[in-house]
Design a protein around this ligand. Structure first.
Ligand SMILES: C[S@@+](CC[C@H](N)C(=O)[O-])C[C@H]1O[C@@H](n2cnc3c(N)ncnc32)[C@H](O)[C@@H]1O
Length: 265
């Protein structure tokens, strides 16, 4: 098997549209868990709702939700990636009620105040994005304070264990980037929600990816936020042995969702 040189995989995997698209495609190919349906069911959108999407990427949730909120509702999305925002703008030309903006979510207060047409929301969500921010608590405050009285705050994020990252940690050096991300739900989100909402609902879903092709393992790993070129060869050898002996290389990649209702004003 030939493995491509890893030298070009140095861009920021967390924000690049290419990495995001690769990860979404591989998740769709190898995960049995239907993330879109899980999100749609629990976010529980209704006709006419105004939605704030923080770290909207290339619009996975925007395009899942826009038909539900309809023309009487709206979606305002922010992402730091210009190319992801550009893709949404091109795809949403016919929707007057989708407004997206390329900016750092750490400035969310100012963005809502100065840039978004809609200023208060029935749902503010960050789906697989908040844990990457430098000031998550400040962003949670900005999202919460922009909710209308019955508005809900929902954050979906990875939760430990993530056994691919653990494997990279075991065989690699240095410690993978974003190593604390799987602890973010328990250390940051849960205490925050319990301080500010009367009703807090938590969903945790175990998810296993069973990858059958070594090139897809490489591709997946190269597009994670914790990718490290020094670890790559050992990790690939390990995955190759697993695929040769069992027919697949599998790892846990679990999801956490927290929903806050009834704000303690
Ligand atoms: C894993 S993707 C999730 C995207 C989308 N919510 C989804 O589920 O497909 C994380 C997104 O967070 C964005 N992001 C990371 N740091 C950010 C920041 N400081 N400000 C705004 N967006 C950021 C990235 O550009 C990326 O699009």
């Amino acid at each position: 098997m030939s493995i491509m040189s890893s030298s070009k995989y140095t861009e920021d995997n967390v924000t690049s549209l290419k990495s995001l698209t690769n990860r979404l495609n591989l998740n769709a190919k190898y995960s049995k868990f239907d993330f879109h349906s899980w999100v749609k069911k629990n976010y529980d959108l209704k006709l006419g709702m105004n939605v704030l999407d923080v770290g909207c990427g290339n619009g996975a949730q925007i395009f899942d939700f826009i038909d539900i909120v309809g023309s009487q509702g709206s979606i305002s999305g922010v992402d730091i990636s210009d190319e992801s925002i550009e893709e949404i703008k091109q795809k949403s030309e016919n929707f007057k009620n989708i407004q997206v903006f390329a900016a750092d979510m750490n400035n969310l207060n100012t963005i809502i105040k100065n840039d978004f047409k809609v200023k208060t929301y029935d749902l503010a969500h960050a789906t697989y994005s908040l844990a990457y921010a430098s000031d998550p608590t400040g962003i949670l405050d900005a999202m919460r304070l922009a909710l209308n009285k019955a508005g809900r705050l929902i954050i979906t994020s990875p939760i430990d264990p993530n056994s691919l990252r653990e494997l990279a940690k075991k065989i690699g050096n240095p410690l993978p980037k974003y190593d604390s991300i799987g602890r973010f739900p328990k250390e940051v989100l849960e205490p925050y929600f319990r301080s500010y909402f009367y009703n807090v609902k938590i969903e945790v879903v175990k998810n296993v990816l069973s990858i059958t092709e070594v090139n897809d393992v490489i591709n997946f790993y190269r597009n994670t936020g914790y990718y490290c070129s020094k670890t790559e060869m050992d990790l690939i050898k390990y995955a190759q042995l697993e695929i040769e002996s069992k027919g697949f290389f599998s790892f846990e990649k679990n999801n956490f969702m927290i929903i806050g209702e009834n704000q303690i004003f």
